[in-house]
Design a protein around this ligand. Structure first.
Ligand code: GLN
Length: 564
């Protein structure tokens, strides 16, 4: 029986054990699926490899629509602590997602939507809502077939809506976690229903190389993948991540023990430049192997790597220029993942300017008490990134003051915009009681206050001013110049507080130019101080829309000025 026949039979069975709702008009095989799982340990670059794969598919002319299935029960990432889970990446449609979505957007140079990110919480929420609405009347609602059916529906809906050639599905966590069991079971069913030529499983595993032995060991990887086999899933392609180049003998072992042709087992050892990874994988035959499994290798030929080579070259730094050191003043310092988009946005500038950029973490907590100047020594420019809550605020204000007075480049992002206002109000406007009502609800001079639309909201999930919005740029300003004289730009927001409109005239009188505003309401979105070497801030998050070959305008000028 072919995939479509199996599907038709299941769909026509109204009672019994099946529950496989299908979008109207769905046909097996129109969209193919590539499932990416991880084994042994997390954090070995599943997201990076998946996004490289997306890049490779896109380079061949396939329409790619990635989806991340995240195992946790939160409905989205909005309420997660970035220190534990990494940055919250906001999409244009306002979805608060995992940082992997940022990796995909940057690799594909394309905006994704909430449909590209699904948590177990989102799946369960839908099922409970359906149950309460009587949609399963008479049936006990079960993990199998209802949770698995809902997961397959989400994937097929995405396929129908986007008419993608291929949907790479990244499964959060590693094989063997309780949390992602149902997702894996759903995907096992998916391969059976769609047919083997329409679904390909990839496993990214890790080859240990203990110092005490000094050689590569594959047992953990074999056992990790055997957990997949025990669930009825045979991966078609395996990537062995390792510290050093994969030994041929290990490749042979993996092939032998896991029923795979050697040509479908790939080694990827640690690299310093991840932008070179797609081309490396191409040369090893990685995307070709997957397309072969999916019967697509004849339809989508490469362009001889020309475009990819060009991209790889443009995302690297030639020569040995002196690095620019950027201080990032935050609370979650030391955790790269908490500020990953900022680090990437800086990296994009480094390609354009051909100057390496080094980030230095500056912990804002208690900074006001520490020797601030000592902390900022050797730093060419300062970023005050987004953040919430009181801790470290006074330290950030002290840094903003230092930058303004010492003519040190300052880029404020969201909270960093509000910090610049508070500092200016206190020290230039002489409003000693200036603060944000977020940090002092009874502030005497509430120069930053709650957005009117936020005052009536209760609870903390998905209800900030979120997602992409238009920003009107004032002609003749620095911001206008940095954005190619565009009248409007679209940027992404995630905030509850704003510059209090009552104070705008005072700020403007003393030299702050609000060069970006919301079109219809008096929400200030970009500020600049024309007298300063570079003192700019935005209420939006420019780091979220910076792309490898198209760095954000504010970031680029900030790095350029810091490099001087
Ligand atoms: N806490 C501030 C607000 O809610 C800033 C938010 C942010 O930096 N993302 O407005």
């Amino acid at each position: 029986m072919k995939g479509q026949d199996i599907l038709s039979e299941i769909a026509s069975t109204s009672s019994g054990e099946f529950y496989t709702p299908l979008p109207k008009g769905y046909k097996a095989g129109k969209t193919k699926y590539v499932v990416v799982t991880g084994s042994v340990i997390s954090g070995v670059g599943k997201g990076t490899i998946s996004s490289s794969l997306c890049k490779l598919f896109q380079d061949r002319g396939l329409k790619v629509e990635p989806i991340k299935l995240e195992a946790y029960l939160n409905v989205d990432s909005g309420t997660l602590n970035p220190f534990r889970h990494g940055e919250v990446f906001v999409l244009d449609d306002g979805s608060e997602t995992d940082l992997d979505l940022g990796t995909y957007e940057r690799a594909l140079d394309k905006d994704l939507r909430g449909e590209n990110f699904v948590t177990s919480g989102k799946i369960y929420q839908r099922i409970i809502q359906k149950e309460r609405a009587g949609k399963y009347l008479g049936r006990d609602v079960q993990f199998i077939p209802h949770v698995t059916g809902e997961i397959k529906l989400v994937l097929r809906n995405l396929a129908m809506e986007t008419k993608a050639d291929v949907i790479p599905i990244e499964i959060g966590g590693t094989v063997g976690d309780y949390e992602n069991m149902f997702a894996l079971e759903a995907l096992r069913e998916l391969r059976y229903e769609e047919g083997p030529e329409n679904v390909c499983f990839i496993n990214i595993t890790y080859i240990l190389e203990p110092n005490s032995l000094g050689e590569q060991k594959s047992k953990a990887a074999q056992l990790g993948i055997k957990r997949l086999l025990a669930m009825g899933i045979q991966p078609q392609v395996i990537i062995c991540r390792s510290q050093t180049k994969l030994k041929e003998s290990i490749r042979e072992k993996m092939s032998l023990y896991l029923n795979l042709a050697k040509e479908n087992v790939f080694g990827v050892h640690d690299v310093s430049n991840i932008y070179g990874l797609p081309l490396k994988l191409r040369k090893k035959g990685f995307d070709e192997a997957i397309l072969r499994e999916l019967n697509l290798e004849k339809k989508f030929k490469t362009n001889g790597n020309t475009a990819l080579k060009d991209w790889t070259k443009k995302t690297s730094i030639q020569g040995k220029a002196k690095p620019v050191t950027i201080g990032i003043v935050g609370k979650y310092t030391g955790s790269n993942d908490a500020y990953i988009s900022i680090l990437k946005a800086l990296e994009h500038c480094s390609f354009k300017l051909n100057r390496p950029v080094k980030a230095k973490w500056v912990d804002a907590t208690d900074l006001e008490k520490k020797k601030l100047e000592k902390e900022l020594k050797g730093i060419d420019g300062v970023i005050v990134p987004g953040g919430f809550g009181t801790r470290g605020i006074e330290g950030k204000i002290a840094v903003a003051k230092h930058c303004r007075e010492k003519n040190l480049p300052y880029l404020g992002l969201c909270l960093g915009f509000q910090i610049a206002l508070i500092e200016f109000a206190r020290n230039v406007l002489n409003l000693k009681g200036a603060n944000s009502t977020e940090f002092d609800p009874k502030a005497k001079e509430p120069v930053v206050c709650l957005l009117p639309e936020q005052a009536k909201i209760e609870g903390l999930g998905g209800n900030m001013r979120l997602g992409g919005r238009d920003v009107e740029v004032k002609p003749g300003t620095i911001a206008s110049k940095l954005h190619g004289n565009a009248k409007t730009i679209r940027r992404r927001f995630r905030h509850r507080f704003e510059c209090n409109p009552d104070y705008i005239p005072q700020f403007e009188k003393k030299g702050i130019v609000f060069s970006g505003k919301a079109p219809k309401v008096p929400i200030m979105q970009i500020l600049e101080m024309p007298e300063h070497k570079f003192m700019m801030a935005s209420q939006f998050h420019p780091e979220l829309t910076s792309r490898p070959l198209n760095p954000d305008g504010l970031f680029l000028e900030f790095v350029r000025k810091s490099a001087e």
